[in-house]
Design a protein around this ligand. Structure first.
Ligand code: KG4
Ligand code: ZN
Length: 365
């Protein structure tokens, strides 16, 4: 028997304002009672990226209403929730302040405990809600702000096995799209163009492939794309399609090598018989079908289960924040004091060193 827990989650670390209610009953069955997300995409797309000040203001305008909606859709009142979980980092500080202060105010007014949640922990634990995964497992987080391979040992126990030494993968897609004249966000646009392109026309670099360390690097790839584009300018639609297809192929091959090594390491460190080990993917780039296919094939080859939660739970949302709060509360962890501060940088693995150039765009996920 586990305690029945119902949590209100709040997420404001980047450009999605979100609130959700999640519960787990005494038999261990979990349910998403509501999941409300307001994307600010339209407000940022004209600038080709997220503008922190605009994001913070948009969170202020939307959050109260979204929380009310989340409670109403869940058919509960504040009195019916056991705790409030709010993202307190990493991310854009203005947005974090809005969400965390709101969480504190509600916790204080309703007399409920507050859990200040690490956004990355939300991503890391989502697969336990969606797929009932048991520890340990590997997680690949590929978003606009992060590219990390993380060993998830237990609630609160994370080891970063690999990270990017320069651009995040989503960032590489966005920058490549921009220099090819494609709209923001770049990932979906590049994927769409790549469908009609020749992946073998350009031999783009596959950074760090073959190296024993499990890190990633994508800035050289972006530079190679720029050079190729300049050499054949002006670009026809077919040229753009060929560049996109070749770019995606280089990334696929890079992931195959890097993640393949990660799976091998996992099997060496956790040689368990019985249930198959699992690789979980999260973050906006997980929407990319070619990359998903690559990871699925890699997992099949190595005897791993490939777990990709529904896209709405892979990208930023408050369900994962409520769930991470629930998991922490269920371990008996004490809630946070109401003077807890937001942290724009907050690595999941506090022992992992910061790599040169890592997180240039801020530490958002
Ligand atoms: O996790 P996410 O929604 O937001 C944060 O970064 O916080 O990820 C957004 C990133 C963007 O860089 C976007 O270009 C990328 O995910 N993305 C994709 C695709 N859809 C979104 N990248 C590659 N292929 C896609 N289909
Ligand atoms: Zn995220």
């Amino acid at each position: 028997m586990v305690p029945f827990l119902r949590i209100l989650g709040i997420e404001t670390s980047c450009d999605e304002t979100a609130a959700a209610v999640v519960e787990r009953d005494a038999e261990g069955h979990s349910r998403i009672l509501s999941d409300v997300v307001l994307s600010q995409l339209d407000e940022h797309s004209a600038y080709g990226g997220v503008v922190p000040e605009i994001a913070a203001r948009a969170h202020v305008e939307a959050l109260d209403e979204l929380i009310e909606q989340a409670l109403a859709r869940a058919n509960v009142s504040l009195g019916d929730v056991d705790a409030i979980a709010a993202t307190s980092g990493p991310g854009l500080i203005g947005g974090l302040l809005v969400g965390l202060m709101t969480g504190k105010a509600i916790a204080r007014a309703a007399g409920k405990p507050l859990y200040a949640v690490n956004h990355l922990e939300g991503h890391a634990l989502t697969a336990r809600l969606t797929d009932g995964l048991t520890f340990p497992y590997l997680m690949l987080l590929v978003s606009g702000g992060h590219t990390q391979l993380i060993l998830v040992r237990d609630v609160g126990q994370y080891e970063r096995w690999g990270t990017t030494i320069d651009d995040a993968l989503g960032e590489a897609f966005d920058k490549t799209a921009k220099l090819l004249g494609l709209p923001y966000p770049g990932g979906p646009a590049v994927e769409r163009m790549a469908r009609d392109g020749n992946p073998d026309r350009f031999a783009f670099p596959r950074p760090l492939v073959g190296e024993a360390r499990l890190d990633f690097s994508f800035s050289g790839l972006k530079t190679a794309v720029r050079q190729a584009a300049q050499e054949i300018a002006p670009l026809s639609d077919q040229d753009v399609a060929d560049i996109c297809a070749s770019f995606q192929k280089a990334i696929s091959r890079t992931l195959k090598d890097r993640i393949g090594r990660g799976l091998q390491r996992f099997k060496t460190e956790f040689p368990v018989a019985g249930e198959k080990p699992a690789l979980v993917v999260a973050g906006g780039v997980a929407a990319n079908l070619e990359l998903r296919g690559t990871l699925q094939a890699l997992c099949d080859k190595n005897g791993f289960r490939f777990i990709a939660p529904p896209l709405s739970l892979c990208t930023d949302n408050a369900v994962m924040i409520a769930w991470a709060g629930l998991e922490r509360m269920a371990t008996g962890a004490a809630p946070d004091a109401l003077d807890v501060q937001p942290r724009s940088r907050w690595p999941l693995d506090s022992k992992a060193e910061t790599l040169i150039g890592f997180g240039k765009r801020g530490a958002k996920a």
